[in-house]
Ligand binder design. Structure first.
Ligand code: EPZ
Length: 432
């Protein structure tokens, strides 16, 4: 087991380039099942979740080849339709295998994903949509069995009590592109990762209109061909780095971004009196100085403030004197980072779906526990700005979504190292 040791107080300085988007790569990998021709995917982040999805595709029968650190090729000539529990349960995103398996094979047998620490992860909207495409669904022994042999286009509505569903939209798009007839998806997710998936599907010959809106129309085609596709940059990683620059009072330029994917965050940073500057096409600079102010924010589907940056903003507001209120409307329980930030001295109270934060001048380093991907990122940010040493355990959560995070932050003058757990001070080992 490995841990991160962070000695806080260094303002981050320099430039960092964003990786490809994890949440685009995962459905795009799944989409390679839709053709028996080769698909080559570039700008893929080197993450455990991505390697894991590639492993699952291999288990389904696809020929998978790595092409350097950030390239993969897939050829799904002879595949079968059963995604086993022991693979699906480890990664919720594997649920987006359902759509391409139904689209290509007209059947799928996929284990139902469990919940996770950020809350229940139902797929009722996915299944409701498949029913509207005239698929027969049966749930038994923790698996959903889908018979799509009579599948045809239909009219779907993907709105749920927490807004639309991102992977649900991906699943239904990937089923509909090979379903005979027209499919209209109302209340579709319009996250940039869905736009990217549509770009790849169209590169394969799919006919999709309304891309980027909540109203998608798909004209089913007989067959899709292979493609060579480059994934968009990761807006959540870019946002995490921008917040890292802000929380440490550094002068940091994040390169390879798509600023139009970060409008909600840039708006909130401006409200917090954190100066940023868009430099050229794809660089965003955080500029030090100015007195930060507290903010109120609510997470909602894109283009509103993304839930995947809520934990990182909690860390920033914990070190911003004044009262901030962060309300989580996508995953109301997504506050696993709060008890750990409190160990570092943060003054946060949870009231229903809101974190009420009384920002402080300083936080103190402490041994903390990572719990999920974005909560872990929040702990790194807090550690970078805290006084003293922060030890973060269970950092495998971080490696799921941030490539070589310690090495890249060291390149920005952060004092952060990855060590074997045995190197932790005795008192932490005993406490643990
Ligand atoms: C995607 O998850 C992302 N993951 C998540 O990022 C992200 O937080 C989430 O979208 C919201 O933006 C990937 O893309 C791999 P949803 P997804 O279906 O698709 C409810 C990260 O940190 N819902 O849009 O699983 C659901 O409970 C991860 O990178 C239903 O009620 O999320 C939630 O409250 C975490 N029924 C809300 O909708 C359904 O059938 C949004 O879920 C589906 C979802």
């Amino acid at each position: 087991m490995e841990v991160l040791r962070i000695r806080g107080g260094n303002p981050l300085r320099g430039e960092i380039t964003v990786s490809g988007a994890k949440n685009a790569a995962l459905p795009i990998f799944a989409a390679t099942l839709l053709t028996d021709e080769e698909c080559v995917i570039d700008n893929v982040p080197d993450l455990s979740d991505v390697r894991y999805m590639a492993e699952i595709l291999g288990c389904l029968g696809a020929k998978v080849e790595r092409q350097g650190a950030h390239g993969w090729s897939f050829k799904a000539e002879n595949i079968h339709s059963k995604a086993p529990y022991d693979l699906v349960r480890k990664m919720r995103a594997s649920v987006c295998l359902i759509g391409p398996l139904v689209g290509r094979l007209r059947e799928a047998e996929v284990s139902l994903p469990g919940g996770c620490v950020i809350g229940p992860r139902p797929i009722d909207l996915h299944l409701k949509g498949l029913g509207k495409l005239n698929c027969d669904l049966r749930i038994s022994n923790g698996y959903v069995h889908i018979d799509g042999h009579a599948m045809r286009g239909g009219d779907l509505f993907l709105g749920g009590r927490h807004g639309s569903t991102v992977t649900g939209t991906a699943n239904l798009l990937m089923a509909a592109v090979l379903a005979p007839g027209r499919t209209r998806i109302e209340s579709a997710a319009c996250e940039p990762e869905i736009v990217d998936l549509c770009g790849m599907l169209k590169a394969m010959g799919a006919e999709i209109s309304g891309v980027g809106s909540h109203h998608l129309t798909v004209e089913g085609v007989e067959k899709l061909h292979g493609c060579h596709y480059r994934i968009i940059s990761d807006r959540i990683e870019a946002g995490t780095f921008l917040i890292a620059g802000a929380i440490t009072g550094g002068d940091l330029t994040v390169c390879g971004t798509q600023p139009n994917h970060l409008s909600a965050l840039l708006d909130k940073l401006e409200e917090a009196h954190i100066e940023t500057e868009i430099v050229g096409e794809d660089k965003i600079r955080v500029i030090p100085g100015g007195k930060r102010r507290p903010v109120d924010l609510i997470t909602l589907p894109h283009p509103a403030f993304p839930t995947d940056l809520q934990a990182q903003m909690c860390a920033l507001m914990s070190l911003t004197p004044g009262l901030s209120i962060l309300t989580e409307k996508i995953y109301p329980n997504r506050f696993m980072h709060v008890p750990e930030l409190q160990r570092m001295g943060a003054d946060i109270a949870i009231e229903g779906p809101s974190a009420i934060i009384k920002g402080k001048e300083t936080l103190s380093g402490a041994p903390v526990m990572a719990s999920d991907l974005r909560a872990s990122a929040a702990l790194i940010l807090a550690g970078l700005a805290a006084q003293g040493e922060t030890w973060i355990q269970r950092i495998y959560h971080i490696d799921r979504g941030y490539e070589r995070i310690d090495e890249r932050l060291r390149g920005l003058e952060a004092d952060i190292v990855r060590l074997p757990a045995s190197e932790m001070p005795q008192e932490i080992l005993e406490e643990g």
